[in-house]
Design a protein around this ligand. Sequence first.
Ligand code: ATP
Length: 129
Amino acid sequence: MRYTQTTFSWRARRKSFFYAGAGIFHLLRTEHNAWIHLAITILVAGASVYFNISQIEIALLCFAIGLVWIAEMFNTCVEKTLDFITQKRCEEIKRIKDMAAGAVLIASLVAVLIGAIVFIPKIIVIYGS
Ligand SMILES: Nc1ncnc2c1ncn2[C@@H]1O[C@H](COP(=O)(O)OP(=O)(O)OP(=O)(O)O)[C@@H](O)[C@H]1O
């Protein structure tokens, strides 16, 4: 079976989107961390409506949320690839997995910082007095 295609085809492009969607759906179905990201994403969307935030703030939050989702997906891919290659415990695999998890942590910290910059002033204005 051939996996590479030389001629452009809309059908093949549409299928690629479907495969990507299936990948996201699989992550949502199987990864507990993704459930937490989804809950926080819904919470942030709700807070954005409630506090009536500006367009630039929406853009910043979309960037932050997207960053966390992308980091989580790549982290899961790294973990699953390594587990597929070997189930053996080894120090090098631990280092690689911990670095990939570190990328999620960095993305999450950036997202928390952006969320704090956007929402804390609004919370103070509404509930501070
Ligand atoms: N094959 C392995 N060899 C050595 N260390 C491993 C291996 N697999 C996982 N580890 C390490 O064991 C610790 C726990 O890993 P594990 O994947 O169970 O937890 P986790 O990072 O919380 O994963 P999850 O995202 O699935 O909740 C991590 O430090 C990880 O790097």
